[in-house]
Design a protein around this ligand. Structure first.
Ligand code: 5GP
Ligand code: ZN
Length: 136
């Protein structure tokens, strides 16, 4: 289940070298070439899934277990002050490489990075309408 035209397939399966910080049968974890902060890493499944929608449940559950394990190790070794997990799906959401990946981003008190959004101010009625749309 690999895509010959996908750079993350090639990296995950070792055809293109990377700074690997963890590997098992299902995943490779590599340092991001354009880090938001020191130690920014990516969990890559070795099989090709475009995004979260395509990811099988079993792989999805293992991604979160691995994210937790990596966050603990990286926090211990890098002495970061906080940690973001980021996972983008679709160009609109900021996904630039169309092979599922989870960002592991150590955060430091003075890293001057912003990972966030401008909060909206929905009314209770609007929230209720959205709730109904999602659950209806
Ligand atoms: P996205 O925007 O799709 O959520 O994240 C893609 C990430 O992959 C970016 O943070 C970018 O820096 C990283 N990236 C893109 N190409 C490569 C590459 O060839 N090697 C590594 N290590 N990271 C890459
Ligand atoms: Zn791929």
């Amino acid at each position: 289940m690999r895509d010959d035209n996908c750079i993350f397939c090639k990296i995950a399966n070792g055809e293109i070298p990377s700074k690997t910080i963890y590997e098992d049968e299902m995943f490779r974890v590599i340092l991001d070439l354009g880090p938001a902060a020191k130690g920014h890493a990516l969990i890559l499944p070795k099989d090709h899934y475009k995004d979260l929608y395509e990811l099988p449940e079993n792989t999805a559950s293992h991604v979160m277990l691995l994210a937790k394990k990596m966050a603990a190790q990286m926090t211990d070794k890098l002495h970061c002050d906080g940690f973001n997990l980021v996972q983008n799906n679709g160009e609109t959401a900021g996904q630039t490489v169309m092979h599922f990946h989870m960002h592991l981003i150590p955060r430091y008190k003075n890293d001057n990075q912003k990972i966030g959004w401008t909060p909206g101010e929905p009314s209770q009625e609007e929230l209720e309408e959205i709730r109904n749309q999602i659950t209806g």
